[in-house]
Write a protein that binds this ligand. Structure first.
Ligand code: SF4
Length: 471
C-alpha cells in the first residue's frame, strides 16, 4: 500500500497557501493589480494533470494567470525528461527569461517535473542558469506552496529534488483546464524499466490510489458538470497490485462506469504484457467506456523488443490485438512507435512496418529514439546512421498516413456522437470536437453547442480529422 502524505504535512502546505494569499492581497492593494503566474507544461498527460494541481495551489494562493512571460511575476515550467528536444526547449526558455529578469528583479522563475528530478540537470540549472529561483522534482509537487514562499523570501535558489519511491498526496487544490473533460490519475510511477525510459527513475515505483479516492474525485467532477473521464497512469494495467484489497483496473473501470452523470470513460496507458482478457471484456461490456485502445508496441522486431526490455514478442502483441478486435466491434486502435533504437537494423525496422500493416492502427505516436542518460539503452551502439534513421521515420509516416486516411474513410456516412470542445483552430466559424474513438470532428454549428454532446454525420475524411454536419 502506497505511503500517503500525512494530514499534518498537507495542513502545513495549506498554511503556506494562506501566507502567500495574504502577501498577494497586500501586493494587489499596493500595485493596483494581482500577482500573475504563468505555467507551461511539457510532456505527457500526467504532467498536464500535475500542472492543473500547480495552478490550483497558485489560484488558492491568490495568483491570477497570464500567458505573457514579460508581465508574469511567477513563471513555472513543468518539464518532461522523455526526449532531449523538450529539455533543450526549456533551457532555451530559461535563456530568454534571463533577459526579462534583468529588468524585473522580483520575478520568480521555477522549474519542476521529471527533467529536474535528474541530478545532472539540476546541477546544470544551478551552474548555468543562476537566475532560476526554485527547482522541485515530481515528489515535491505537493510542497510547492512552501517552496515558492521560501523562493520569494530568500536570495539563493531553493531546491527540492529528494529521490523517493513515491508517496501519494490526496486533496491538493486543482484548477482544471476543461470543465467537461478531466484526467483522473489512478496510479503513479512505473515498475517496468523499459531500457530507453527514464520514467521509473524520475516518477518512482508504481503506487495506486485507493478506489474510494478515485471514485470520490470522479463524483466531485460530475457534480461540477464534467462528463468525460480519462483514467490515467503510466501503466494502468498494474492498478491495484500494491493495494491490500483485491481489485484491478478492470474492476475500477466498472465502478466508474456505474457513476451516474459520467458519459464517457477513456484510459491510458496500457502495457501490452499486462493487457488481460478481463480488461478487454470490460471495455466491451461497459457502455460508457469508449471503444478505443492505446497499446504501445514500440518496435516490431523481437530482438529490439528484448533490448527494450518490453517483455513481449511481436506475435504476442499481435495476438492481443486480434483478441481485442474480436471482442470489441469498431475498436479504434492507437500506439507508440520508436524508430532508430540502438542496435536496430533495416530488417528490424521492416518488422515495425509489418506490425503497422497487420494491425491498421487508426493513428500512431511515432518518435525517433532519444538517448536518456542513466538508462541501460544509453550504453548501446547504433547500427544505422542518422540519415537512415530519418529516412525510416519518413517511411513509417508514409505507411501510417495512408492507413489513417483509409481508416477515417470508413467513417464517412456514419453518425458519430461528438463532445464539442470549441471552435476549430483554423476557422472561427467551424466547431470542433471528438467522437467516441477520439477522432477530431469539424463541422459548422453554433457556439452554444460547446460542451454538449451532439450527433454529427461524417461527410469527409482527412488523414488527421473528419468533417461532418449536425444531424
Ligand atoms: S512502461 Fe516502459 S515506457 Fe512506459 S513508463 Fe514504464 S518504463 Fe517507461
Amino acid at each position: 500500500m502506497a505511503k500517503l502524505i500525512t494530514e499534518e504535512q498537507l495542513a502545513a502546505e495549506r498554511g503556506f497557501i494562506i501566507k502567500l494569499k495574504e502577501e498577494n492581497m497586500r501586493y494587489a492593494a499596493q500595485n493596483g493589480r494581482p500577482r500573475l503566474a504563468l505555467t507551461e507544461t511539457y510532456g505527457c498527460q500526467q504532467n498536464e494533470n500535475d500542472t492543473e494541481r500547480i495552478r490550483g495551489m497558485l489560484f488558492e494562493a491568490g495568483f491570477e494567470f497570464t500567458d505573457d512571460a514579460k508581465i508574469a511575476d511567477v513563471v513555472i515550467y513543468n518539464t518532461c525528461a522523455v526526449r532531449e528536444n523538450a529539455e533543450q526547449k526549456v533551457f532555451g526558455r530559461l535563456g530568454i527569461l534571463k533577459h526579462i529578469k534583468e529588468e524585473r528583479r522580483d520575478m520568480i522563475i521555477a522549474v519542476c517535473g521529471c527533467m529536474v528530478q535528474q541530478e545532472h540537470i539540476t546541477e546544470k540549472i544551478k551552474s548555468v542558469h543562476e537566475h532560476v529561483d526554485l527547482v522541485f522534482g515530481t515528489h515535491a509537487l505537493y510542497k510547492m506552496p512552501e517552496l515558492l514562499y521560501k523562493a520569494m523570501h530568500q536570495k539563493k535558489t531553493v531546491v527540492d529534488i529528494e529521490p523517493s519511491d513515491g508517496a501519494i498526496a490526496e486533496d491538493i487544490p486543482i484548477l482544471r483546464d476543461d470543465s467537461k473533460k478531466a484526467w483522473v490519475s489512478v496510479m503513479y510511477g512505473c515498475n517496468n524499466f523499459c531500457s530507453y525510459c527514464i520514467v521509473p527513475y524520475v516518477r518512482g515505483r508504481e503506487r495506486s490510489r485507493t478506489p474510494e479516492a478515485v471514485l470520490n474525485e470522479v463524483k466531485e467532477l460530475v457534480k461540477n458538470g464534467c462528463t468525460e473521464i480519462a483514467l490515467l497512469g503510466q501503466n494502468v494495467n498494474s492498478y491495484g497490485k500494491d493495494l491490500d484489497i483485491d481489485i484491478d483496473f478492470a474492476d475500477l473501470m466498472r465502478m466508474v462506469n456505474e457513476i451516474e452523470g459520467v458519459e464517457r470513460i477513456r484510459f491510458m496507458t496500457s502495457h501490452p504484457k499486462d493487457l488481460s482478457d478481463k480488461l478487454i471484456q470490460t471495455i466491451a461490456e461497459c457502455d460508457k467506456v469508449c471503444k478505443q485502445l492505446h497499446l504501445p508496441f514500440q518496435a516490431g522486431s523481437d530482438n529490439i523488443l528484448k533490448q527494450m526490455n518490453r517483455k513481449y514478442t511481436k506475435a504476442e502483441y499481435l495476438e492481443k490485438i486480434e483478441k481485442a478486435k474480436k471482442a470489441i466491434p469498431n475498436l479504434s486502435l492507437s500506439t507508440d512507435v520508436i524508430v532508430g533504437f540502438p542496435t536496430e537494423t533495416n530488417e528490424d525496422f521492416e518488422e515495425t512496418l509489418d506490425v503497422l500493416r497487420q494491425v491498421e492502427f487508426d493513428n500512431i505516436f511515432s518518435f525517433i529514439y532519444s538517448r536518456r542518460e542513466g538508462t541501460p539503452a544509453a550504453k548501446l551502439d547504433f547500427v544505422l546512421s542518422e540519415e537512415e534513421i530519418h529516412s525510416n521515420f519518413n517511411r513509417l509516416l508514409e505507411v501510417q498516413n495512408e492507413i489513417s486516411k483509409r481508416k477515417n474513410e470508413e467513417y464517412v456516412g456514419r453518425i458519430e456522437r461528438v463532445l464539442v470542445d470549441g471552435v476549430s483552430k483554423n476557422d472561427e466559424s467551424t466547431l470542433s470536437g471528438r467522437c467516441d474513438s477520439s477522432k477530431i470532428v469539424n463541422f459548422k454549428g453554433d457556439k452554444s453547442l460547446i460542451g454538449k454532446y451532439i450527433d454529427v454525420k461524417i461527410t469527409e475524411a482527412h488523414t488527421w480529422s473528419l468533417n461532418g454536419e449536425t444531424v
